[in-house]
Design a protein around this ligand. Structure first.
Ligand code: SF4
Length: 118
């Protein structure tokens, strides 16, 4: 039995996930999204990752970025490390692809805000 806090919404339900039987069961969830989260968390945990990259020609020196979807939790550190090698040139629009196909996941890092050229 694993105890988790659901992070899908701010309510933060306390979940108990029983993964000892062939069928994983989740209790403590106030809605079906919590059950889905609990099952995924014990089988294939994944997260949206946020970070920053260097940007030149803009008013700020770092551009916030995020993954367009979830990537496996075990790849997060390596994915963020890839961003050390990236410098983008302003202007950048929110949603622009900054680093495509992170570690072969098919998920891109994208800009999470627009930065104009100065
Ligand atoms: S189980 Fe449902 S209500 Fe509870 S935190 Fe998760 S998403 Fe929110």
């Amino acid at each position: 039995m694993k105890e988790l806090i659901c992070i899908v919404c701010p309510r933060g339900c306390h979940l108990s996930v029983d993964d000892t039987a062939p069928e994983i069961t989740v209790t403590g969830n106030a809605c079906p999204r919590g059950a889905a989260y609990g099952k995924k968390e014990v089988t294939a945990p994944a997260r949206v990752v946020t970070s920053t990259v260097r940007i030149s020609g803009a008013a700020h020196r770092r551009l916030p970025v995020k993954t367009r979807g979830e990537i496996p939790k075990g790849m997060m550190a390596e994915a963020v490390k890839l961003l050390d090698e990236v410098t983008v040139e302003a202007p950048v629009k929110v949603g622009d692809v900054i680093l495509p196909n992170i570690l072969g996941t098919g998920i891109d890092f994208v800009a999470s805000r627009t930065m104009d050229k100065t």
